[in-house]
Write a protein that binds this ligand. Structure first.
Ligand SMILES: Cc1cc2nc3c(=O)[nH]c(=O)nc-3n(C[C@H](O)[C@H](O)[C@H](O)COP(=O)(O)OP(=O)(O)OC[C@H]3O[C@@H](n4cnc5c(N)ncnc54)[C@H](O)[C@@H]3O)c2cc1C
Length: 456
């Protein structure tokens, strides 16, 4: 250890941890990343795994061109050439009728009549609320703490006196996509942020190897130790002790000048017992949705051209959203092929969690058929995969935004040698939120150690 080239341990090789590590290494630190999962799961909830020759994302299929920090980081990691422009058509099924829009700007979003079932006066209210969130996309670490945070999606719809169609056609599908959960369990910021993502995202990008290309580009330049599960972190005056365990190789202990903990917040209380009582209670209360993700690999693209297909509860009760990966770009899954991913809702996922994979896939195919969608799931499937993803996305409940902001500020201000990273700590589950918070954690580490140049 020593402050010329401080030694920093980063726990977690998701996008938050990898970003923190990349920035710290750039600033001259000696960095080691400890990751509990094997190399093929690099990137955490941004990992892409190979299945029958199809690159299947285990999270985060949609990356917005407004994610400037991500594009900058990719350029610095020498991976800009992999960035592939993506199509961005969205489709929402309303009682047998499909409405369409495109991401990037409000006029594009509305051009296909995506909100046409919403009376003008309510559309303007909704867009007013969304516009207030625009700046949070692509810039904020925590993906926005907003006034809408203190009320549930259901309560927000009542306060704004929206007719039922606004809930069933817009807020519920958007809320379900972001949290896989129900409108009375989540803060109203959730669907508004999702709409803002589509309205202000400036279009989408992808890569032929799937979303995992981002973590891989960073990790190529970093030292990542896989199968290393950190079990405790203890801060002393002049160092931090990290204990980790590896299957077949026992316990390890090492000391570092600083540690970045970039793991889901509900794991923090067990890992780092020195948390204050209020932090301990807050992080322990974080709740994640269960996600059964069913991927259909197809021998041809679908006739449906949308990238994301939403249906309300009435049309497709078990499915929160369908992602048509091949429509992002012909390069995404290979020319002449198709890949459709169904995200099941939290409640359905929990009910079916222990069921047989083939049974789950058959149920999803039947539900999609009943909704009159995607006939290719009956005629063009060459392989099906079911992934059980937990933790998936945070179910952010309604919370007092003032309290949350104070907790966030004191947590970061009072951190000395142990720093936290990840959008889920105080915001919503997004790749850009985690990336930005990784940059900010690196910045705080450098400032506290008095080393290197500030990066964020
Ligand atoms: C299905 C799905 C779809 C999504 N869609 C989008 C999208 O379209 N766009 C978007 O921007 N975002 C999306 N998200 C959200 C986004 O993927 C996540 O918010 C983001 O990737 C989280 O990054 P992170 O680094 O904070 O956490 P993680 O990716 O969870 O990384 C944490 C890492 O820490 C490791 N770890 C945990 N405990 C330990 C330990 N004790 N010791 C060592 N290692 C440990 C984990 O294995 C993991 O690799 C989606 C998420 C899911 C699940």
């Amino acid at each position: 250890m020593g402050t010329d080239h401080p030694c920093v341990v980063v726990v977690g090789a998701g996008i938050a941890g990898l970003t923190a590590a990349f920035r710290l290494q750039q600033a001259g630190c000696r960095v080691r990343i400890l990751e509990s999962q094997p190399p093929e799961r690099l990137g955490g909830r941004m990992a892409t795994v190979g299945r029958d020759g199809f690159p299947v994302d285990l999270g985060a299929p949609l990356l917005a061109r407004r994610y400037r920090r991500m594009l900058n980081l990719l350029a610095e990691a020498g991976a800009s050439h992999l960035v592939t422009p993506a199509a961005d058509e969205l489709a929402v099924l309303h009682g047998g009728r499909t409405l369409r829009g495109r991401t990037g700007s409000l006029p594009r979003l509305l051009s296909g009549g995506l909100l046409s079932t919403v009376p003008l006066r309510h559309r303007l209210r909704l867009l007013h609320d969304v516009r207030n969130l625009h700046r949070s996309i692509g810039s904020s670490a925590t993906s926005a703490i907003t006034p809408a945070q203190h009320e549930s999606t259901a309560a927000y719809a009542r306060r704004r006196r929206f007719p039922d169609t606004v809930m069933s056609h817009i807020l519920d599908p958007l809320n379900a996509t972001m949290t896989l959960s129900d409108p009375d369990r989540t803060s109203a910021a959730t669907p508004l942020l999702t709409l803002a993502f589509f309205a202000a995202g400036n279009g989408l990008f992808t890569a032929p190897t799937g979303t995992g290309f981002v973590p891989h580009a960073l990790a190529q330049r970093l030292a990542v130790t896989h199968h290393a599960r950190v079990t405790s972190v203890e801060e002393a005056k002049d160092h931090v002790t990290v204990v980790w365990t590896s299957p077949g190789d026992g316990d390890h202990e090492e000391q570092a000048d600083a540690v970045v903990l970039a793991v889901p917040p509900d794991q923090l209380p067990a890992l780092w017992p020195q948390l204050r009582q209020d932090q301990h209670e807050y992080f322990a209360s974080a709740r994640y949705a269960h996600l059964l993700q069913v991927t259909f690999c197809l021998n041809r693209p679908t006739s449906e051209t949308a990238v994301v297909l939403y249906a309300g509860r009435h049309d497709l009760p078990q499915v929160a959203a369908l992602i048509l990966q091949h429509n992002l770009s012909p390069d995404r899954v290979g020319h002449g092929r198709g890949m459709v991913t169904a995200y099941l809702r939290d409640t359905t996922s929990q009910d079916w969690w222990h069921d047989d994979d083939r049974l789950i896939a058959r149920r999803v195919t039947a539900a999609v058929r009943r909704a009159g969608l995607l006939p290719e799931l009956d005629s063009a499937v060459i392989a099906t995969h079911v992934d059980r993803i937990w933790p998936s996305v945070l179910i952010r409940p309604p919370q007092d935004p003032g309290l949350l902001a104070r907790l966030e500020a004191t947590t970061h201000q009072q951190a000395h040698r142990v720093h936290l990273a990840g959008a889920d700590l105080f915001g919503h589950s997004t790749t850009i939120g985690s990336l930005t918070s990784g940059e900010q954690a690196a910045h705080r580490v450098l400032a506290r150690l008095g080393a290197g140049a500030a990066t964020a």
